[in-house]
Design a protein around this ligand. Structure first.
Ligand code: PLP
Length: 456
């Protein structure tokens, strides 16, 4: 409480000065949709000199996931056909592209693809990358320390009473708006850990029910995500056998997400899509606290360097990363500090204060950040079902409007980076971050909302 009051004081004195410095702040505060281009973007090679993380770190995460693959394949049969590698399809969406072009009266030059993290096995969202990775890393560390495992072993031995009894001496905790809780909860419980998920008020009932059915301890809060994380951290700190997955500061989550890049590269090659100097790649990533989109963007930059252009997408009511980057205050400012309510139906993105670690790490690499209204998300949700038969949750649609925004409002960026002439040979990837586990009835309500708004 004391900390947020302090920020409030600063806010009252400085908000007017900020508005002078950052004219876009006025539109942000009035919750209009905006596109912000990052003035601090650097050439990859110079940006990389500032990075606390390296290619080696990402490779290490990738190797660890390979070690666990035999275990994953054994305990989650749906991953068997991919040999225990948790990955999602990359698919062209030509009908949706046509519909976007018509509805927004804007041609989209280049190809449009959807990365279906909505269909990631185990927990049906982008969190099946970072969240599961961090739990596995912690489990491996404990088992190695106690000489129950060597990295040469076949990790399917972890699926045994011996290991479950061992892990049951330890607990794992996390604060979440829902999807991270699902990933951490499901994975931790499967290994045998005691696990507690601290859920913010945004979290959907079905997610809490599902976790409780899997023996996960769910604690509910009336407040938003930052509070749930804070409470979780406090409770976990009091117990030495408890490991806290810190969504706001975790290198491991970030690296788990970053592994997506090398997998995507392989998929692009299979589709015979070239990415190079004359064939730019644009990626649009829904952003909450920042770890998911940050990790993936970082991984992509390592592979494609200046040929990839990453944009984050946030709800108009929760533009925390945009605010942190624009003001350079990162986690020292929240959307509530400037009078924005952080109330959105995009529950996966309902975060008022961004990760400072992610903001600072991604700052030299990020092309820009835009906001999108909840109404827009519902309309896009309905349209994607009609045109392609793909079901995403509201949060996961935030990326979909990216190519339109960039084409309409980002011409400065395209010119500055010599991209204008190359757009027709480029590729746009929308990161579809979740949706496969949404109950059918709930999805129908979402669809109906989109339909009403379209007719409205
Ligand atoms: C969590 C989440 C995101 C964003 O990830 P962050 O790491 O919070 O930025 C995007 N979409 C969905 C569906 C999510 O659950």
């Amino acid at each position: 409480m004391r900390r947020s009051n302090k920020v409030k004081d600063i806010e009252f004195r400085e908000l007017e000065t900020w508005k002078e410095h950052y004219p876009l702040l006025n539109q942000l505060i009035s919750m209009k949709e905006i596109l912000w281009l990052n003035p601090n973007i650097e050439k990859f090679k110079t940006g990389m000199k500032k990075s606390p993380l390296t290619q080696e770190d990402v490779r290490d995460a990738e190797e660890r996931l390979k070690r666990f693959a035999p275990y994953i394949a054994k305990v989650f049969p749906e991953t068997k056909k991919m040999n225990g590698i948790i990955e999602s399809p990359l698919t062209r969406i030509p009908s949706m592209k046509q519909s976007l072009e018509q509805n927004y009266q804007q041609p989209i030059l280049g190809e449009l693809l959807l990365k279906c993290d909505s269909h990631l096995p185990i927990s049906g969202s982008i969190k099946a990358r970072g969240g599961i990775y961090e739990v596995l890393k912690h489990a491996e560390k404990l088992a190695l320390q106690h000489q129950l495992l060597t990295i040469q072993d076949d990790y399917s031995i972890l699926d045994s009473e011996r290991f479950r009894t061992f892990f049951s001496q330890y607990s794992i905790a996390v604060g979440s708006t829902g999807n991270l809780g699902l990933s951490i909860g499901i994975m931790s419980a499967k290994l045998g850990f005691h696990v507690t998920v601290h859920m913010s008020a945004d979290a959907k009932q079905w997610k809490k029910d599902l976790l409780r059915n899997k023996n996960v301890n769910v604690i509910e809060y009336d407040s938003d995500y930052s509070k749930a994380v804070e409470e979780g951290r406090l409770q976990a700190d009091a117990d030495p056998a408890c490991y806290f997955v810190d969504d706001e500061n975790s290198n491991d989550l970030f690296l788990g997400y970053a592994v997506a890049a090398s997998r995507l590269k392989k998929q692009l090659e299979e589709l015979k899509i070239t990415i190079d100097k004359n064939h730019p790649l644009f990626v649009y990533l829904p952003c909450g606290v920042g770890g998911g989109p940050g990790g993936i963007a970082f991984g992509l930059k390592l592979l494609y360097q200046d040929h990839v252009h990453c944009f984050f997408a946030e709800p108009t009511h929760s533009p925390c990363m945009l605010l942190g980057l624009m003001t350079g205050l990162h986690d020292k400012i929240s959307v509530q500090d400037i009078g924005i309510d952080n109330v959105t139906d995009a529950d996966g993105l309902a975060v008022g204060r961004p990760s400072g670690f992610v903001g600072k790490t991604i700052e030299p690499f990020l092309s820009g950040n835009y906001t999108v209204s909840d109404e827009q998300l519902y309309k896009l949700l309905k349209e994607l079902i009609d045109t392609e038969g793909i079901h995403l949750e509201p949060s996961a649609l935030a990326g979909m409007i990216g190519p339109i925004k960039l084409s309409k409002e980002g011409t400065d960026y395209l010119r500055r980076h010599n991209l204008t002439e190359k757009m027709s040979k480029g590729t746009h990837i929308i990161w579809g971050t979740g949706g496969n586990m949404v109950p059918e009835e709930m999805m129908m309500q979402y669809y109906q909302k989109g339909l009403n708004l379209t007719r409205g």
